[in-house]
Write a protein that binds this ligand. Structure first.
Ligand code: GUN
Length: 297
């Protein structure tokens, strides 16, 4: 019997724990974590994600602020805002929603965030800590950390003897995911668009993590019977059979086929997606306590 991994339920447990910790902090007269989310331009999907992050931050009892900047914002203006947020003692976490509109250089902007406020875990200091096996003193990227929570729910924290295959090698997801799996003692294969014979690589996986951005690319016969499948894709596909202009969200895995082969599988939506926001809340709380340890504020 395949287990459908309920990311929504796991995410709700994570945010409930964060909210409880914030309640204890504020009841003791301490300030709550402060999260600043910066959005540039008017991409509707990005605005929807940012609103959801702000709503969840409030639900967790955070000091939550949003900076909405017009599409024509210059890099200097954006960098100036980052400097102000870096220096703001009430702000523990800064998230700049990606992608940034052209011609803004997202890497330059992300690297300007103070590493101890980088709740996206994308600053080279945090990426470097993860790469060198330090999972405690830095901040981890939210989506891989969330995917890892779901893997732990099935296999526990020690993945010794298990073969994990990650398809996708982005800095935002694939690379940190591979490193988290490796740190948990899995044997890790990093596959990507230039890999030869992806289906046979995938059939080796006890844990198959897919982040390619191609709707339903991974088919049932790529999945080893009993494997855990973590689908990180969110793709909107047209569904003319539901009426003109209708669409639905699907993952990078052909769920309907893979569900009969996998041992456990994340649905889309309702799998990895909700975990990203939950881990952002957990990261902001962690940033709050790391900064308190560092600066006693
Ligand atoms: N856009 C899509 N995913 C993410 C994410 O995890 N962080 C940021 N900042 N932007 C995103």
């Amino acid at each position: 019997m395949t287990r459908m991994i309920d990311g929504k339920a796991v995410a709700a447990e994570v945010t409930a724990r964060v909210a409880e910790d914030v309640r204890i902090l504020t009841a003791a007269g301490q300030r709550p974590p402060g999260l600043a989310v910066v959005i540039v331009g008017d991409d509707p999907a990005s605005h929807a994600y940012v609103s959801a992050k702000g709503r969840m931050a409030k639900q967790c009892g955070f000091h939550s602020v949003q900076h909405t900047l017009p599409a024509g914002t210059t890099e200097d203006d954006l960098l100036q805002l980052i400097e102000i947020l870096n220096a703001d003692p009430e702000i523990d976490g800064i998230l700049v929603q990606l992608p940034l509109p052209k011609p803004l250089d997202s890497d330059r902007v992300i690297q300007a965030i103070s590493p101890d406020k980088d709740v996206d875990g994308l600053h080279v200091v945090n990426a470097g800590k993860l790469a060198t096996g330090d999972l405690t003193t830095g901040l981890l990227p939210c989506t891989p950390a969330g995917a890892m929570e779901l893997v732990s729910g099935i296999h526990g924290r020690d993945l010794s003897g298990l073969h994990a295959v990650v398809i996708g090698r982005s800095n935002l997801f694939g690379k940190p995911m591979g490193q988290l799996l490796l740190a948990a003692n899995a044997t890790v294969t990093m596959a990507h668009s230039r890999s030869k014979d992806l289906p046979s690589i995938c059939t080796l996986a006890d844990i198959l993590v897919v982040a390619v951005g191609r709707a339903q690319m991974v088919k049932a016969d790529w999945v080893k019977p009993g494997a855990t499948v973590i689908d990180v894709g969110i793709n909107r596909v047209d569904t003319p059979e539901r009426g003109s202009g209708q669409s639905r969200l699907v993952g990078d895995v052909d769920y309907a086929g893979a569900v009969d082969v996998a041992g456990a599988i994340t649905p889309v939506p309702g799998g990895v997606g909700p975990m990203t926001i939950a881990m952002l809340m957990a990261n902001s709380l962690k940033a709050r306590s790391l900064r308190q340890t560092l600066h006693f504020n």
